[in-house]
Design a protein around this ligand. Structure first.
Ligand SMILES: [Zn+2]
Ligand SMILES: [Zn+2]
Length: 601
């Protein structure tokens, strides 16, 4: 996989003699996996030269543009990206899904008549817009994982995995903890822990590094990282190489050099061999991963997530928050078209939750211990899917106690309306997303041991399993039938009839839900099920609508996988049909442990 920087500057393009080495163009990175797809991350002014280069190389006909967020320095090159103006070309643009406006409309905004002579609909190329939320999808054989960053506009970080290598693009991200931003947090907490997980073991991390620890106190809330934070996160995540990115327009090449020296000294002082570089326009980085190439089913995201339903009716509850802050939260909600924001007294909160099924709950610290209250609510049955956000001072954050109590996240003072708005969007989007990955079974390690004991993972196809998949498909006139084993992070298929791939990720799997119960799992219509409606394999290829899976037990009672049938249309099974599917599953179980059976006989 090859990574090339076409724009490294943050905020505003900064051409001139002082920025010749690191470059003056704004955010734009090209990623070229060995399989040859063209993938851009962000479309700042650097995209202009990239577009010309692609045309010159004859590679402009199709490609993919991942947009982190729609601040100007990340999209201003779009109207100047020539491949979009050539008839017959086909391009895909991905960006965070908004609540009110579509991605297309937001991008069209910068090309309105008052600002630009050519409108967005003048793109002669066929352009597909994909609105992304947190999760994963595929482009060809490249696996892409998304996570929200901390920025005053809803911003997505992208992690790309291909050819056994991984690169993370995390630009326009502010430390969750100000202490971490100033480079003296003892240990990462809360959102920064999730950030470290996102960067974990990456071969290259391209990270926002606009400020220094000394500058940071006067820049809190501006949405950017310090070099100290970028280095500390990369160290904690065991990253191989860090590219400092989104250079401040006030810093010339020599000033970036100084930051780089400081960053390298910090990594060295920690006893690490982390490679630190300053992202420089024109620079090419070759990534040769040692890991296995990702083998996840490359489903094309023709419609990655469905357009957002009407969010205006979603209920947001606010409790124990001071009046001036309630006004800020309501203003932030209103900016995104949310009108149903209700302030409630502490003693009424539980009843309001039971009545209204809120999508989001804010709990402040006025006259109450918010963590104790959260604990009480969770114990009373408020599900983990309903986010509870605590509004308090940074100094009062107790991440460990909060996690134990069931706190989803913290909104710490001081925060701006813009910040509250972007965080509110991220939380609401998470809670409105109708896709849950399966919980882990309580005896997961024992269960995995049973899976490994079978010795079937990654073995060749065998007729003794294939025939049961064929029989199941024929008996139920189903296009797909599978015999799955649920591994730690994947569903691996010992038999796969009507489905070309030998494994899919566990997060997207249906069988990982089926193994949670000894009874069969029947989903008549995935689009009408909150656990599956937004699952990428429902929204995109292979468009699962109906699923029926019978868990497969080992002789010691562990549920190692499932026999399942899948259809592209909604269906039901009669009781007799369900019994027949269970009968076939019993036959598959007999093949799971043939030697043990022979010994017993
Ligand atoms: Zn930016
Ligand atoms: Zn930004």
């Amino acid at each position: 996989m090859q990574v090339r920087f076409w724009g490294t500057r943050g905020s505003i393009a900064t051409p001139g003699g002082a920025t010749l080495r690191y470059g003056g163009n704004t955010s734009c990175v090209e990623v070229r996996p060995d399989s040859g797809e063209t993938i851009l991350i962000d479309c700042g002014t650097g995209a202009h030269a990239l577009g010309q280069a692609l045309i010159a190389e004859g590679r402009a006909a199709r490609g993919h543009i991942l947009i982190s967020h729609t601040h100007w320095d990340h999209i201003q090159g779009l109207p100047f990206f020539a491949p979009l103006f050539v008839a017959g070309n086909e391009w895909h643009i991905y960006g965070p899904r908004g609540l009110g406006q579509s991605l297309r409309d937001v991008l069209a905004g910068q090309m309105e008549y008052a600002y630009f002579p050519v409108a967005l609909n003048a793109f002669a190329a066929k352009v597909h817009y994909h609105e992304v939320v947190e999760g994963g999808f595929g482009i060809g054989e490249t696996r892409i994982i998304t996570q929200y960053l901390n920025h005053p506009a809803l911003t997505v970080g992208y992690r790309l995995e291909a050819d056994g290598a991984s690169v993370v693009y995390a630009s326009d991200h502010e430390p969750h903890s100000p202490d971490a931003g100033e480079g003296h947090a003892e240990e990462a907490e809360g959102g920064d822990v999730a950030h470290i997980d996102f960067l974990r073991d990456a071969d290259l991390v391209i990270h926002d590094a606009q400020y220094t620890a000394e500058e940071y106190p006067s820049k809190v809330g501006w949405g950017h990282s310090t070099i100290e934070y970028a280095v500390d996160m990369a160290l904690a995540a065991n990253v191989r190489e860090l590219a400092l990115y989104h250079h401040d327009p006030m810093r010339g090449d020599d000033a970036v050099d100084e930051l780089l020296t400081r960053a390298r000294e910090r990594a060295a002082a920690a006893g690490s061999n982390l490679i630190v570089n300053g992202a420089a326009e024109g620079e090419i980085i070759e990534l040769r991963g040692e890991g296995e190439p990702a083998k996840f089913a490359p489903f094309m995201p023709s419609s990655l997530v469905r357009p957002m339903g009407d969010a205006s009716e979603e209920l947001v509850l606010i409790c124990a928050v001071a009046a001036n802050e309630v006004a800020v939260l309501k203003a932030a909600a209103r900016e995104d078209g949310l009108e149903n924001v209700v302030e409630t007294a502490i003693e009424d909160l539980e009843a309001e939750i039971a009545d209204g099924k809120p999508s989001l709950i804010f709990i402040g610290d006025v006259g109450v211990d918010p963590m104790a209250l959260t604990h009480k609510l969770r114990a009373g049955g408020v599900p983990a899917e309903t986010p509870i956000i605590i509004v308090t001072d940074q100094a009062k954050v107790d991440a460990d106690r909060g996690e134990a109590a069931g706190v989803t996240a913290w909104l710490t003072r001081p925060y701006s309306v813009a910040y509250a708005r972007s965080r509110l969007r991220a939380w609401l989007m998470r809670s409105m997303l109708r896709w849950r990955k399966a919980a882990l079974p309580p005896d997961e390690e024992k269960r995995l041991a049973a899976v490994y004991r079978l010795g079937l993972l990654d073995t060749e196809a065998e007729e003794r399993f294939d025939r049961h998949a064929r029989i199941a498909a024929a008996a139920f006139d189903a296009p797909i039938a599978l015999v799955s084993l649920v591994d730690r992070e994947r569903q691996w298929y010992k038999a796969h009839y009507g489905f070309d791939f030998s494994e899919t990720s566990r997060d997207m799997g249906f069988c990982s839900h089926a193994i949670l119960d000894s009874e069969p799992l029947v989903i008549s219509d995935a689009l009408h099920d909150d656990r599956f409606a937004d699952n990428p394999v429902v929204v995109g290829e292979p468009h699962v609508r109906f699923y029926a899976g019978v868990p497969l037990h080992t002789t010691d009672g562990q549920r190692v996988g499932a026999l399942c049938i899948v259809d592209h249309k909604p269906r039901n099974l009669s009781a007799a049909q369900l019994r027949m599917l269970q009968d076939i599953a019993r036959l598959v179980e007999e093949e799971l442990e043939p030697r043990a059976k022979a010994q017993a006989g």
